[in-house]
Design a protein around this ligand. Sequence first.
Ligand code: PDD
Length: 285
Amino acid sequence: MRTVYLNGKYLPENEANVSVFDRGFLFADGVYEVTSVLGGKILDFDGHAVRLERSLNELGMRNPIEKADLLAVHRELVRANDISDGMIYLQITRGNPGDRDFAYPSDDTEPTIVLFTQSKPGLADSPAAKTGIKIISIEDQRWGRRDIKTVQLLYPSMGKMMAKGAGCDDAWMVEDGHVTEGTSNNAYIVKDDKIITRHLGNEILHGITRKAVLAFAREAQMKVEERAFTLEEAKNADEAFITSASTFVMPVVEIDGEAVGTGTPGTVAARLREIYLTESRKAAI
Ligand code: PDD
């Protein structure tokens, strides 16, 4: 049985309970982070901590934990659950005001903080990295503040189910003719050796993996263009791929049943995956 962290306590997972009045449960009034673990070490903790702070600030929510303590909790959960490869999930909600009310509760309502681990042995050796994944395109029907990492994930879940129903792995969302991002990842294409990914804004999540991968690409003298691209461009690209904390860099080989490039994982995606994994393992803490 897993040990999880809830409001300052380490508990067996079946003893960690949250109130029915918790605003995370009633209003999806909460934010989250997913951080990867490789070889028992945490990847890009700082990046996730900074984004968490930003999400909380954007929603006027109090951060119940200091950064150093948060790192200590991550490490203790990795130790207690003997995680070699996997993920750490963190969620902070506006807490339990004792009743249901649309208005935010007063500041003396304690936020709820939960962390748990997910063990994924061989996370970095996923077979999908060698074969690539197939995606469909769907309309982006999410709200307008996708830069805040909230736990409001119903539409991305629906998108994942639409992809599964079509025999595919994931969906890219399209708004005004342009790709925003994947259901739980950032989207990229490669055309004439140029890496193209949507610019930052309220329309997409500011991926921690995206930031690292773009920095590595620039260091390696690869050309990067941060701009919106159309679905048509994606279908005519030489390569496509996604990034996220749990998939790292993952090639996309098919969009809406059409092969991207040769229909096999591309060299740019493979190179970026290699660099990202090597450098992230080195910097892991
Ligand atoms: N998802 N875009 C969306 C909508 C996401 O949900 C995620 C992350 C990303 C990539 O961000 P990062 O590189 O920081 O993981 C982009 C996480 C992994 C999840 O929900 O499981």
